[in-house]
Design a protein around this ligand. Structure first.
Ligand code: ADP
Length: 269
């Protein structure tokens, strides 16, 4: 998956499959080579995590992924003293490991994390590229291989959960969205093994369901769910059950809305 004109990267042939949507691979590589942090914005299940895994493999860097949540603290990222067999030992968190090893650290859904996390990220995202560890008194300098990548979904966060401009303006940013139908068909067919003719209908349905975002649905159906539906069918499950389980039930708990979605399924197939 090398873009025309881009030099072939180490590890590209073993990288997890990623179908490029635009110039994001070249952007990522340039950001990596010039030590710039990167923010990926876009709805859940549209390929951000896969993109980072793909790029880490292409660039031949280890990847530390952290799924952020509202209890995640700076200590979870940096590390802490733990009791081991009567001794107190320092254990690096994933961010510290990535800084020490010159790896890529991916903070998925970074806005979910507690406020003290952004404070830790600031000195790593400017020219200093340092990680001060107060508890051990260390001041780590990130090597050339270290890269910080974060993602967030601007769609469903409430106003309190958005990135502050002072944090946001430290990152290069790329917007992601669900792929156009022909590309999504290719992704779903490759990932699920379902034949392309049957994938086509699922992708068409996904497009219709995404049209309801903001009206009946908070979020449109993700590429991940379309792949799940296709995988169920590839394993012999009938279309209506696959769609019900993967593309209706996960979207809503409201019975009336579910009925509306089923009408759309009937209209598509
Ligand atoms: P996100 O991180 O945006 O929530 P993921 O990267 O986990 O989403 O994407 C969900 C799944 O969709 C992936 O596991 C992969 O199977 C598939 N996928 C989405 N976009 C692509 C793409 N462009 N190329 C290959 N696979 C993709």
């Amino acid at each position: 998956m090398t873009m025309a004109g881009t030099p072939k990267m180490e590890g590209a042939q073993d990288a997890p499959f990623y179908l490029e949507q635009g110039p994001e691979c070249a952007l990522f590589e340039t950001a990596y080579r010039h030590q710039m942090p990167l923010l990926l914005k876009g709805p859940t299940g549209c390929g951000k995590t896969r993109f980072v895994a793909h790029m880490a493999a292409r660039l031949g860097r280890p990847l530390y992924t952290v799924a952020c949540h509202d209890d995640l603290t700076a200590a979870d990222l940096i590390g802490r003293y733990l009791l081991k067999g009567g001794d107190t030992v320092w254990v690096d968190g994933p961010l510290t490991r990535a800084v020490r090893e010159g790896a890529i650290c991916y903070l998925d859904e970074v806005v979910e994390a507690r406020k003290d996390v952004t404070v830790v990220l600031h000195p790593l995202t400017d020219d200093r590229r340092i990680l001060p560890i107060d508890r051990t008194g260390e001041l780590l300098e990130a090597g050339p291989g270290f890269m910080l990548v974060a993602s967030y979904n601007p769609g469903y966060q409430n106003i309190l959960k958005t990135l502050k401009p002072s944090t946001r303006q430290r990152f290069l940013s790329i917007s992601f969205d669900f792929p156009p139908p022909d590309q999504e068909e290719q992704i779903v067919a490759t990932e699920s093994g379902l034949d392309p003719a049957r994938v086509k209908g699922l992708v068409r349905l996904a497009g219709k369901l995404r049209g309801l975002k903001g009206q009946d649905l908070e979020e449109g159906v993700s590429t991940r769910l379309v792949i799940y539906a296709a995988s169920l069918m590839a394993h012999g499950m009938p279309l209506n059950q696959a769609v019900e389980t993967a593309m209706i039930e996960p979207l809503t708990d409201d019975d009336d809305v579910k009925e509306g979605l089923r009408d759309i399924v009937m209209a598509v197939f």
